[in-house]
Design a binder for this molecule. Structure first.
Ligand SMILES: [Zn+2]
Ligand SMILES: [Zn+2]
Length: 101
């Protein structure tokens, strides 16, 4: 009986490994961040325009609704460097390349 169970476990493990090989490896932790266009970026406040509540207070209810609001620091949660130091990396990744003026 024990031998039988072991065989079953081995078969299951084998099937699992096969299924895993079918899919290409997709790291879940690194979503691709797209660089925004200069017109999508608020250069004054150094955040995406669609999340710049300093420029447009009307954005706040939408951000709150999207659960992307840090009430403690009054910024979009995804931009709140104080709560999440990684937010800075995300901003760096989204910030449009500066055009030489
Ligand atoms: Zn702004
Ligand atoms: Zn915060």
């Amino acid at each position: 009986m024990i031998r039988h169970l072991t065989l079953c476990a081995l078969l299951l493990a084998g099937a699992g490994a096969l299924a895993a090989e079918d899919k290409p490896a997709t790291p879940t932790e690194t979503p691709k961040i797209e660089r925004l266009k200069p017109e999508q970026w608020c250069a004054t406040h150094d955040v995406p325009k669609d999340k710049c509540t300093t420029c447009d207070r009307k954005l706040i209810p939408a951000l709150k609704k999207a659960k992307d609001w840090c009430s403690e620091h009054e910024v979009a949660e995804s931009l709140c460097v104080k709560c999440d130091p990684k937010a800075k990396d995300r901003l760096d990744a989204q910030r449009p390349a500066k055009d030489a003026k």
